[in-house]
Design a protein around this ligand. Structure first.
Ligand SMILES: [Zn+2]
Ligand SMILES: [Zn+2]
Length: 709
């Protein structure tokens, strides 16, 4: 972020008693459209007694102002310090302007389009307090209006299909404003001045329940169905949620069956922080996140037994979010309802955004929907707090498409991302736009959503990629898509180098200065054709040297083995020279297949060597008897973390072997087997294992640093 400091001419210094009239043009870039920036400037300039105009085009907000030098300096300062809540000012440039050409009074001028770097599209934002007060005020004309919004809140990214941000460039284009709404829209002093999504009961989108409930409004009808145990699809900002009563075992069991999602935890929605405290411990920072404009799902430590065990089976955490749209508020405010809210999709597919999506019907008993189209799908974001540090787990609604600043310029690049939990990145000059989380690319609907989202984002910012970066894995759908559509611009990037370069960008490291990077992961295609995932790289943005890695073991059955931690455990035990004795849990779990597996490992048939840290966590989880088969990605590692968190005894000390290029897990596995046989509690062993990984990171970092790496 940089700002041009206000300057004062020499002549003014000599003439302070009677300030002369001077002029300036300001250019403001960042998230400055669709957030009430021009009316804010209008109010500020009027208050400061300045003359001039404020306008915007697709690249910036510009202000031509004339008045006293002090007022101009005040404007420069307060453009940043007093900006509206949703604005993010990246830069204010100030240029001299002859004051004579500036007419008296202050006006807002129309938007213009213009070539060049675009202004930033704001993310979607939860209903603001002012709108919420009106929503619940029986005397307000928008009392109970399910689409209430203003310049400080509401949908943005998911309704915008072009810039500059005007009603015609949104999915509100088809709704003709009534006279009262238009008056607000055109009044610079109104909170709804140029709020593109505004409407009212008369002219805005219409909510409906399908099938309609006799004698009840759409919201009341949906509430009655939910209270009765039905599954209702609810149209949100970036797609449909499936909702059901989180206190009902039957309702959740039915939802899990329909979604083909037997065990993976669901998030829940409650009216407010007070209601959230019935379900979980909520610290002050967690409460702040719950109520933030992005309204992410916050992972909290569960308490009590208000919700069904089926919400997050066996998991001490619960994902909680607060209402983000007026529809959610109408369903929940003033009630103690706890609703499961999960994306309306079949496991692994993109979420449904359209009423006519044929996948929607079989998933629910009724649909609470409306006629404002969704331009792009956008899932809920998920965050977790470690103390006061925010850990984004999934970055989507409320955050996308805000860019990450890059410390060097570049040609336009499209980086297409990986296979699972895909998000792509578009970069140009000093910014990297990350897409919202899109999902697993192995199925066709997700790949379609990927293609549409690339087009949407590239179109918004008018970017044509000169380089298309793909994962080195030859089988990834995204890589194949890129090779088909941009065959002449492909650059291959190793998976873990990409992870480390991304962290460097996030922390604004100098891209030319190498770092010691730890990439601990499930699966990533290595330069040698094996599966990497426990890698230490000395890496700059441009190159990476693999300096350490886990001791490789055979992955029997390749990528498919990830569903069977017990088979991975036996492979790890074999590598560590531990006999497959029947007292060890994974030996029991593999059962009759043990001999087959032994032959497979001996001959290396259909085996791929791997240095994956994820598979080591799987192996230890199975060895401790916690999880032998998984129903969703990372389930065994999650169980291991849960066990470690439960530990009450002192953690046993385990140590990786640190000789040579491999940091060797085999001594850790042998020691764990000994402790297991000695009756050390499983939770304590899990805790000790985590500590050993942490120690290995610290020791390797120190060692590599002193090597001059
Ligand atoms: Zn509002
Ligand atoms: Zn209206």
């Amino acid at each position: 972020m940089s700002r041009t400091e206000p300057r004062r001419g020499r002549g003014q210094r000599a003439n302070q008693a009677t300030p002369s009239r001077s002029g300036a043009r300001f250019e403001v870039t960042g998230v400055v459209q669709g957030v009430g920036f021009r009316p804010f400037v209008h109010r500020l300039a009027t208050e400061l007694g300045l003359d001039g105009v404020v306008g915007n085009d697709s690249t910036r907000v510009f202000i031509d102002a004339a008045g006293s030098p002090a007022a101009l300096d005040g404007l420069a300062r307060r453009l940043v310090s007093d900006a509206p809540p949703l604005a993010r000012v990246a830069e204010v440039r100030r240029h001299p302007l002859p004051p004579a050409g500036v007419a008296r009074g202050f006006r807002i001028v129309e938007s213009e389009t213009r070539d060049g770097a675009r202004t930033l599209v704001p993310p979607d934002c939860a209903v603001c307090d002012d709108c919420l007060a009106e929503l619940h005020d029986p005397d307000d004309r928008r009392f109970g209006h399910p689409f209430i919004t203003c310049t400080n809140c509401g949908p943005r990214f998911t309704i915008i299909h072009g810039l500059p941000y005007d009603r015609a460039a949104t999915t509100m284009a088809g709704f003709e404003m009534c006279d009262r709404c238009r008056t607000e829209y055109e009044d610079p002093t109104d909170r709804r001045y140029h709020a593109q999504p505004i409407g009212c009961h008369g002219c805005g989108p219409k909510l409906r329940l399908d099938p309609a409930a006799p004698l009840l409004g759409a919201v009341e009808g949906a509430a009655a169905l939910l209270d009765g145990g039905d599954v209702v699809a609810i149209k949100g900002l970036g797609g449909f949620h499936l909702a059901c009563d989180a206190t009902s075992d039957e309702a959740i069991a039915a939802l899990r069956e329909r979604k083909h999602r037997p065990e993976k935890p669901f998030a829940v929605m409650v009216a407010d922080v007070e209601q959230a405290r019935r379900l979980a411990h909520v610290s002050d920072v967690e409460a702040e996140q719950l109520g933030s404009p992005a309204r992410p799902v916050v992972l909290l430590r569960a308490v009590g037994d208000v919700v069904s065990e089926l919400v997050a089976p066996g998991n001490p955490l619960i994902g909680v979010m607060l209402p983000s749209t007026p529809i959610h508020h109408l369903l929940l405010d003033g009630t103690d309802r706890v609703l499961v809210m999960t994306s309306a999709n079949v496991s692994g597919e993109p979420l449904a955004t359209c009423d006519t999506d044929p996948r929607l019907g079989p998933l629910c008993d009724a649909v609470l929907t409306h006629d404002r189209p969704i331009e792009v799908p956008c899932d809920d974001s998920v965050v977790r707090l470690a103390g006061s540090t925010l850990l984004p787990v999934r970055r989507a609604r409320g955050f996308a498409p805000l860019p990450v600043p890059l410390t060097t310029g570049s040609r336009p690049v499209l980086a297409v991302g990986g296979e699972l939990k895909n998000a792509f990145c578009l970069a140009d000059g000093g910014r990297a736009w990350l897409s919202q989380h899109l999902g697993d690319m192995e199925n066709l609907p997700t790949l379609d959503a990927f293609e549409r989202t690339v087009e949407h984002l590239a179109g918004l910012y008018d970017l044509t990629p000169a380089v298309v970066a793909v994962d080195a894995h030859p089988g990834y759908s995204t890589s194949r898509w890129a090779r088909r559509s941009h065959p002449d611009r492909i650059v291959e990037v190793q998976h873990h180098h990409a992870h480390i370069a991304a962290v460097m960008a996030e922390h604004e490291c100098d891209p030319a200065v190498p770092v010691i990077g730890f990439a601990f992961d499930g699966t990533g295609y290595g330069h040698d054709g094996t599966i990497w995932g426990g890698e230490v790289l000395v890496a700059s943005a441009a190159r990476a040297d693999r300096v350490r890695h886990l001791q490789p073991v055979q992955l029997p059955g390749g990528d498919g083995a990830v569903r069977h931690p017990c088979r991975i455990a036996l492979s790890h035990l074999a590598a560590a020279g531990v006999a497959w004795d029947p007292d060890l849990p994974p030996v029991v779990a593999v059962g009759d297949d043990t001999e087959l597996l032994r032959r497979q490992l001996d001959r290396g048939v259909a085996c791929v060597p791997t240095t994956s840290m994820g598979r080591l966590f799987d192996a230890v989880a199975s060895l401790l008897g916690l999880r032998h088969e998984i129903g969703y990605e990372a389930q065994a590692a999650i169980d291991l973390e849960i066990a470690a968190a439960r530990a009450s005894g002192p953690p046993p000390a385990y140590a990786f072997g640190l000789d040579g290029e491999a940091f060797d897990q085999r001594p850790v596995l042998r020691a764990i087997v000994d402790d297991l046989r000695a009756g050390v509690p499983v939770d304590d062993i899990a805790n000790g294992f985590h500590d050993a990984v942490v120690d290995a990171i610290a020791q390797l970092a120190i060692e590599l640093r002193s090597d001059g790496a």
